[in-house]
Design a protein around this ligand. Structure first.
Ligand code: DAH
Length: 345
């Protein structure tokens, strides 16, 4: 064998030793015998020493020693690895382990509130109606007896998609009343939940989008007493069985008379707390007897029929119920926030 070949052989052996791997004790022993045994490859390598010319003996000695030491170190390393490995094969799944639980989603607090409110109204015989969010001027304003110069038509409140003829994002759910009366004759008993839009600066207390639930009851001899009883039953089923309601005179273009309804504070049971601002009362909705002009605008005989209507904002009451301080949380859909409502309402 010439000199170059001896060096090649030594380097080859070094590479073989470095690359050797096993997780089996018998194979490791075979490797030990093959390389470090009394007639092993390392011994044979050292035997070549005498044929190396003097000037390269030092270099050869270093490589040969490196092969030997690497082989010894490799054997030690694999041995400890095999000793510390457990007897249990790791690639077989543990069939007795409990199954991973699949986290359940939770309903959004606004949905929880709406579903519950709808349930209560359904129980009183109201049907659920949905309609468009993009409206025209007639249904959002004019049919609802809202004169041309009414402040709620102001560009500041309404998002107009187009001005002539006006196409806009509905500012309340009341247009669903108008659309439903145009297509149906009394008796009418509906609630209409949905999203509404107003051009308001977004802050902790107000948002440019929110939800309302609209109610409408039209029939013969429908009176303010019916409205009062409906709201009382709703409040008691929705919040708690001993809440009281308070009706205060108010104004809306589409109702006459108009009122706003408060309930006794469901947080402090009317003892006084920051939610009710220590008044004991929380405002929940606007309502009234449907203005005869609105009935006529929608094709209903106002001499024969009367009706009541109400409109309730969802976000504010939901926030009060849950102690949510910032309305923006309701629109960001941060799962860390939403997860807290998995218990339901
Ligand atoms: N549409 C009103 C609003 O957005 C709420 C409302 C008040 C609706 C009285 C009604 C009602 O149906 O009768 O503020």
């Amino acid at each position: 064998m010439d000199n170059t070949n001896i060096f090649e052989l030594a380097k080859d052996l070094l590479q073989q030793v470095e690359e050797f791997a096993t997780n089996n004790t018998a194979e490791l022993e075979k490797f030990r015998i093959a390389y470090l045994g009394s007639n092993g490859k390392v011994k044979q390598l050292f035997e070549q020493f005498k044929s190396v010319p003097n000037e390269r003996k030092k270099e050869f000695g270093q490589i040969a020693n490196q092969v030997k030491q690497t082989a010894e170190a490799k054997i030690e390393q694999i041995k400890t690895q095999l000793e510390t490995a457990t007897d249990t094969p790791t690639d077989i799944p543990d069939l007795t382990a409990p199954a991973l639980t699949q986290p359940l989603g939770s309903r959004h607090p606004v949905s929880l509130f709406l579903r519950r409110a709808i349930d209560v109204f359904r129980g009183m015989g109201f049907a659920v109606v949905a309609d468009r969010e993009i409206e025209d001027d007639w249904h959002n304003f004019t049919a609802l007896n809202t004169p041309d110069d009414h402040p709620s038509r102001d560009m500041q409140d309404t998002f107009y998609i187009q001005t002539n003829p006006a196409v806009l994002l509905r500012t309340h759910t009341s247009p669903v009343q108008a659309r439903h009366m145009e297509k149906n004759q009394p008796p009418i008993r509906i609630v209409a939940p949905g999203r509404v839009y107003r051009n308001e600066t977004v802050s902790a207390r107000s948002h440019c989008q929110f939800h309302q639930i609209e109610g409408l009851y039209v029939g013969e001899n429908v009176s303010l007493a019916d409205l009062k009883q409906t709201l009382l039953v709703f409040a008691r089923q929705m919040f708690s069985k001993d809440v009281e309601i308070c009706l205060r005179p108010s104004f809306f273009p589409f109702t006459e008379p108009s009122l706003e309804a408060d309930v006794t504070c469901f947080i402090c049971q009317a003892k006084g707390c920051p939610v009710c601002k220590y008044s004991g009362w929380v405002e929940i909705l606007g309502a009234g007897m449907v203005d005869p002009n609105v009935l006529e605008n929608c094709g209903i005989d106002s001499k024969k029929y009367t009706g009541f209507a109400f409109g309730m904002g969802i976000e504010r009451t939901t926030m009060q119920l849950y102690g949510i301080k910032d309305i923006r949380l309701l629109f960001e859909n941060d799962v860390r926030f939403l997860r807290q409502f998995s218990g339901g309402l």
